[in-house]
Design a protein around this ligand. Sequence first.
Ligand code: ADP
Ligand code: MG
Length: 405
Amino acid sequence: MTFEHLGIDTQLTQELQNYNIKTPTQIQEKTIPLLLTGQDLIARSETGSGKTLCFALPILGKILSGKGVQSLIIVPTRELAKQIALEFQKFSRNKNIRTICVYGGTSLSNQITLLRRADIVVGTPGRLLDLMRRRNLDLSKIQSVVLDEADRMLDMGFIHDIETILQATPKTRQTMFFSATVPEEIIHLGRKFLSHPASVNVLPERTKEVLAQFYYTLRRNEKISYLVHSLKKEQIQLALIFCKTKHFTKTLARELSQNGIKAASLNGNMSQSQRERTIQDFKEGRFTTLVATDVAARGLHIDNVSHVYNFELPMDLDSYTHRIGRTARAGKEGKAISLVAEHEYDILQRITGFYKEKIKRLEKEDYPLLKVSIQDRPHFNRSRGRFSHRNNAEQSLQRFARYNS
Ligand code: ADP
Ligand code: MG
């Protein structure tokens, strides 16, 4: 099967070949012919399966240069907006089509200037809404709207913004939802905004398991030491480490650096330019370990991430799936390693219940316990009038952060 068989024009397939993209992935095979007919769609497939091209190619095939904003791609984060805009730009170099991206945290005026001549706009919901309300973004010529990572946008509370934007676009538009998971809210949103949508669902391939999932059970105050041990022992190309709070990403990165591991942090408190620089430096391997929160790492695809660590497990299974999807991309091997303390056993159970034999528990090896580690002291609970061990990991980590700053 080739992209030409799916109905993609020769100019575009040529562009794809320049990037060594020759054979469509499963989700591309199933969605591209449908989308070329103009049908609405809800598509689900795992991260790294090539969803961007599913919508990018049909859109690029239809857009006419200089006829106003004809296509809108709504995405949850700035990083993803940039990444997708870049894909569009990459494959339309010879087409004179303008793709621009808009997101918060940067000046409006630049984006407003660019909007005047844009054919395709990729953006985050808040900024799109802002531009729409200021009448800088004219949605009257829109022919297609894509919600990429629809599940995460709903998780992030963008539902009202998205509904407002969709309502402002012509009813004749083609609408596409792409997601790694399809929770009930998406189906609900689909009923409201899609017309006779096709539903395409590609289950993860079972034959070729390139992602190995492991976990260790540890005490909370062993985690940093064990992480350092593991990072030194594993053959790491790039490692992405997830934790829950913005503040703690910094603390942990510093702790790793002090123990001989080149690390930096990525979180929502950083300015846009700082974030971009950090991601670029990581991609180029200037440091090997990036400590991030879920939101900061959402949608990033960095091909050489060999390891994903869950320093703390996320709150739900979907987030876990998204996190581990940051490695083993494009057929490469990857490892996802979780460090699990007792207060996380509930969510661990949901994860092992879902992934079954695909996730294995490993016995921890001997490792040096480092001096600085999370203090797990009893805490005087005023309202109860007695000492207790806090179960709240975040509080404990924040206390740890204060202790070390
Ligand atoms: P998803 O959105 O499903 O997580 P992406 O669209 O970000 O996945 O694609 C992941 C990676 O796979 C990108 O680097 C992309 O260039 C590459 N890719 C996409 N389609 C193909 C293909 N048909 N053949 C080879 N590589 C591909
Ligand atoms: Mg994607």
